[in-house]
Design a protein around this ligand. Structure first.
Ligand SMILES: Nc1ncnc2c1ncn2[C@@H]1O[C@H](COP(=O)(O)OP(=O)(O)OP(=O)(O)O)[C@@H](O)[C@H]1O
Length: 453
C-alpha cells in the first residue's frame, strides 16, 4: 500500500483528510509541524507528501526544498487557501508536483494523488534504466498541465465543437466559450491550451465569480508586500503566473465594471503593474474566457463593456447542452462509470435498458456534471453488476415526467402536439423537431400533411 505523509497543523482538517485517504486505501502518517515531518521522512519511505503552505515552524516551500535537497523524488503536493494560489504556482516552479486549494474537492484529491504516484513510478523506472545518469527532469507534469480526460463524442454537435477546438487552438486568438453550466467549458478551455504551442507553459484557471471585486486587481495583477493592510507578502497575480501560457477566466460576466476596465487595459497594453510596485511587467498570455450567461444581453443592458466583449470574443465556441448531444450520452455514461468504478473500487459493468432509455429522454439541466454525479451516486448505491432503475432518484423521475418532451400517441392528437411544440420552440423547426423527437424532415412532411404552414 502507498504511504503518504500529511503535514498539516490544523488537527480537524488533517484528521478528515487522513480518514478520507485511508478510506481510499492509502497509509497515512500525520505531522503537525516541519520538525516532526523531517524526522518522519528520515524514518520512512513515503510515496507522497501533502503539506500545508503555512506551518507553525516554517512553511511548505521550505519542506519542499529540504526534500529536493536530499535528492529524493518524492512528489510534494501543497495544500493552500484560495488566496495563496499564486504562491503555490511559484512553488511548482521550484519542483512541487501540484497544489490543491482548500476547501478540498475529494475527486481532485484522488486525481492528484494518483497522478503523483504515477509520476513517481515513472521516475523510478527511468532511474532503474539509466542507472548512472541522474534523472534531473523536474516534475513539470503538474495537474494544471496534465492531459484532461476528454470524451470527444460522436454526435454532429460534438463534431462541430471538436473541429472548432482544432482550428482555433494553434492560434493566439482570444476565445469566448459559451454554454450552460456543467457542459464542459473548462475542459474545452484546457483542451485548447493543450493543443496550442503554449502547452508546456502554465494554464491558469480563474473563477471570476468567486473573487470579491475589492481584491480582484490584486488577484489579477499581484501586489507588493506592505502596499495595503493585509499585504504581508509579495504576491504574483494571475497574469504573471500565466505568462507564456493561457489564462482562463471562467464566469467572466461576473466581473465588476471597474474590474472590466482594468482587464481591458492589461489586455491592450500587454503589461501589468502589481499594486504598490513602480515597475510594469510585460506579459504574454493567450486569453480564453467562459460564460453561461448571455454576454451580448449584458452589453445591451450596460452591465458588460462592449469593447471588452469584442476583445474577448475574437472567436466564440458554444458547448452544446447534453440534451442536444443524445448520440454522445452513452459514451459519457460509460466514461463516468469507469471513473466511478475506479474511485469507489467497484466493478459495475453497465446500465439496464430502462436506465439507458431514461438517459436519452431526461433533460439534464446540470449537463455533464449532473450525469457524472448521478453515475457516481448510482455506482455507490448499486449492489448488482448493472445499474438499474431502482437507483433513479425520485426527483429525477418527477422532473422527467414534467419535461416538455411530447410523444405521438395517437393519430388524433398529432396535429395538436405539433402546434404545441412549434409554439414552445417559437416556430424554430429544429427545436420543435427535437421536442417531438422526430427528424426535421418528418416535421416538415407532417406540417405539410396538416397544412400547418
Ligand atoms: N469532454 C469531456 N469528457 C469527459 N468529461 C468531461 C468532458 N467535459 C466535461 N467533463 C466533465 O464534466 C464536468 C463539468 O465540466 P466543466 O467543469 O468543464 O463544465 P463547465 O461548463 O465549465 O461548468 P460551469 O459552467 O459550472 O463552470 C466535469 O466533471 C468535467 O470533468
Amino acid at each position: 500500500m502507498k504511504q503518504i505523509l500529511l503535514v498539516e497543523d490544523d488537527i480537524t482538517f488533517s484528521k478528515m483528510l487522513k480518514h478520507f485517504l485511508e478510506r481510499n486505501k492509502y497509509v497515512v502518517d500525520v505531522s503537525f509541524n516541519m520538525r516532526s515531518a523531517s524526522a518522519q521522512l528520515k524514518k520512512n519511505n513515503y510515496d507522497l507528501v501533502f503539506t500545508d503552505l503555512r506551518l507553525p515552524d516554517g512553511n511548505g516551500i521550505d519542506l519542499l526544498k529540504q526534500i529536493k535537497d536530499e535528492n529524493t523524488n518524492i512528489p510534494v503536493v501543497l495544500l493552500t487557501s484560495y488566496a495563496e494560489v499564486s504562491t503555490a504556482v511559484q512553488a511548482m516552479k521550484q519542483g512541487a508536483f501540484d497544489y490543491i486549494s482548500k476547501p478540498l474537492n475529494p475527486d481532485e484529491v484522488l486525481e492528484v494523488v494518483s497522478n503523483a504516484l504515477e509520476i513517481k513510478k515513472e521516475n523510478k523506472s527511468k532511474a532503474a534504466n539509466t542507472s548512472k545518469k541522474e534523472n534531473n527532469t523536474s516534475n513539470k507534469n503538474n495537474n494544471t498541465n496534465s492531459k484532461p480526460e476528454f470524451v470527444k463524442g460522436i454526435s454532429a454537435e460534438s463534431k462541430v465543437l471538436n473541429e472548432y477546438i482544432e482550428l482555433v487552438a494553434p492560434t493566439n486568438i482570444s476565445v469566448l466559450i459559451t454554454g450552460e453550466s456543467g457542459t464542459g467549458k473548462e475542459v474545452v478551455a484546457k483542451s485548447i491550451h493543450l493543443k496550442s504551442t503554449r502547452s508546456d507553459k502554465p494554464f491558469i484557471a480563474v473563477d471570476c465569480g468567486s473573487i470579491p471585486k475589492e481584491i480582484a486587481s490584486s488577484e489579477f495583477f499581484g501586489h507588493k508586500k506592505g502596499s495595503f493592510t493585509g499585504a504581508i507578502n509579495d504576491k504574483i497575480g494571475h497574469f504573471e503566473a500565466a505568462n507564456g501560457g493561457t489564462l482562463f477566466l471562467d464566469e467572466v460576466g461576473n466581473l465588476s465594471y471597474e474590474n472590466q476596465i482594468q482587464l481591458l487595459r492589461a489586455l491592450q497594453e500587454r503589461k501589468v503593474k502589481p499594486i504598490g510596485s513602480s515597475s510594469e511587467i510585460m506579459v504574454d498570455i493567450r486569453l480564453v474566457t467562459a460564460t453561461n450567461e448571455d454576454l451580448l444581453e449584458a452589453v445591451k443592458k450596460g452591465d458588460f463593456r462592449e469593447d471588452l466583449y469584442h476583445r474577448l470574443n475574437e472567436f466564440s465556441i458554444k458547448v452544446p447542452s447534453l440534451k442536444d448531444r443524445n448520440d454522445d450520452i452513452i459514451l459519457y455514461a460509460d466514461f463516468f462509470l469507469d471513473k466511478a468504478n475506479k474511485e469507489l473500487n467497484k466493478s459495475i459493468v453497465g446500465f439496464s435498458k430502462e436506465v439507458l432509455t431514461f438517459f436519452q429522454s431526461y433533460q439534464w439541466p446540470g449537463n455533464l456534471r449532473e450525469l457524472s454525479n448521478f453515475i457516481k451516486r448510482a455506482t455507490l448505491l448499486s449492489q448488482e453488476d448493472i445499474i438499474d432503475k431502482s437507483v433513479l432518484p425520485e426527483e429525477m423521475l418527477q422532473a422527467q415526467n414534467n419535461t416538455k418532451v411530447h410523444k405521438f400517441s395517437t393519430k388524433e392528437n398529432e396535429k395538436e402536439l405539433i402546434i404545441r411544440a412549434l409554439k414552445e420552440a417559437s416556430n424554430n423547426k429544429t427545436q420543435a423537431a427535437k421536442l417531438l423527437r422526430i427528424t426535421r424532415k418528418t416535421l416538415y412532411n407532417k406540417m405539410k400533411e396538416y397544412s400547418l404552414n
